[in-house]
Ligand binder design. Sequence first.
Ligand code: RRO
Length: 344
Amino acid sequence: MNFCGIELAHPIINASGTFDAIAAWRAFGDALLRHFPFAAFVSKTVTVEPREGNPPPRLYELPGGMLNSIGLPNKGLEGYLAHDLPELARLPVPLIVNVMGFTHEQVATLVEAFGDRDEVAGLELNVSCPNVETGMIMGADPHETGALLDAVRPHTRKPLIVKLTPNCTSPADVAAAAEAHGADAVSLVNTLRGMAFHPRRPSEPWLGGGTGGMSGPAIRAIALAQVAEVRARVGIPIVGMGGVQNGRHAHDMLAAGADVVAVGTESFRDPLAGARVAAELAEIPANRGISTGSGPSARKALAHNAKKVLQIRDTLSTDLQASRPQVEVQPNWGTSGCPRGFQM
Ligand code: RRO
């Protein structure tokens, strides 16, 4: 299928920041490249300057999801170009780089730097991070989003995908402004701002950053409603995400109006979730009335790719799952520090 001029083998990609392809490559070896779980790879957010990220703890498990307060740790533009981009360019799928700046000039610098690179298929503008003070300002207001696009659109001809926040009055208004000012697509939802207290020290916030962003199955219904609302307002393609765990959930996201579906939190539990979701989606009968508002219809794309995706599923169990990780991979979030057995 075609998404903003980018060829995708199937409609399932990753949500930014939820799959570390370089670490997974180290863990699984080249089997990961032969059976990459996503049709495109979206990088973790890159900023102009390197960032340490927020103080720990950075994660908190919740019933049906989790809170994160990662705070954009990254090597910065120079470090990313020198170290990460050459490795990510070797992935067998198109690369979409997620960028964030605190000013228009910073975002323009990032867009220009990546806009020139053949390794990069497209850019996702993160105007929706809940974990830095100014992170959401540009994405919470339609005028701010429009002004940002006016500033950065001239710097590249590559597809610009605007990642929307659910933490604002009207994501659909912001999406409409993004479209009117030259965005090629929108993606939603980023995480919902949330908070948790220390289990043993009441009134002390658990997360080092104080608040965090909530993701996982508990937010799926909210994501579906917002995707449907945005679809009613824009004609550009939509990347739908929020709590997708299986093919049925992906199907629902397409039915709500998405053209492409991103898997996020589920990949922490199951690094192969992307391929599994794609395979399950392909098995859902194609004639279930999915009709997307723009671009190639998801139904046609599913039928076209069904065979290919089923092949991926068949080889997964005999190859990638059997290949022993060369470093230890946590099967689940053991790092949140949330005591086992604690009632949430
Ligand atoms: O790094 C983060 O804390 C983070 C980012 Br950039 C984002 O966009 N969404 C999120 O939940 N966490």
